[in-house]
Write a protein that binds this ligand. Structure first.
Ligand SMILES: [Zn+2]
Length: 66
């Protein structure tokens, strides 16, 4: 967390986190209608190949960005 900068845009309801060193988008957090939502840039996860991730009918929505 020490290398993250926090930004809020427009309605200020979503908090975006960017790497302080290289500027890459890491993840965002929102709390829409009482539900926490996180969108993570899987390209930032060490040891994870984003092209090998699959999703099979989970209730949770998985959004992949890279
Ligand atoms: Zn970085």
């Amino acid at each position: 967390m020490q290398f993250l900068n926090e930004y809020r845009f427009n309605t200020m309801t979503v908090t975006h986190y960017f790497c302080r060193r290289c500027g890459i988008f890491v993840y965002f957090h929102s709390r829409y209608e009482g539900e926490n939502t996180y969108v993570v840039n899987v390209g930032c996860l060490e040891g994870i190949n984003p092209y090998e991730i699959t999703s099979k009918g989970s209730k949770r929505k998985i959004v992949l960005i890279s």
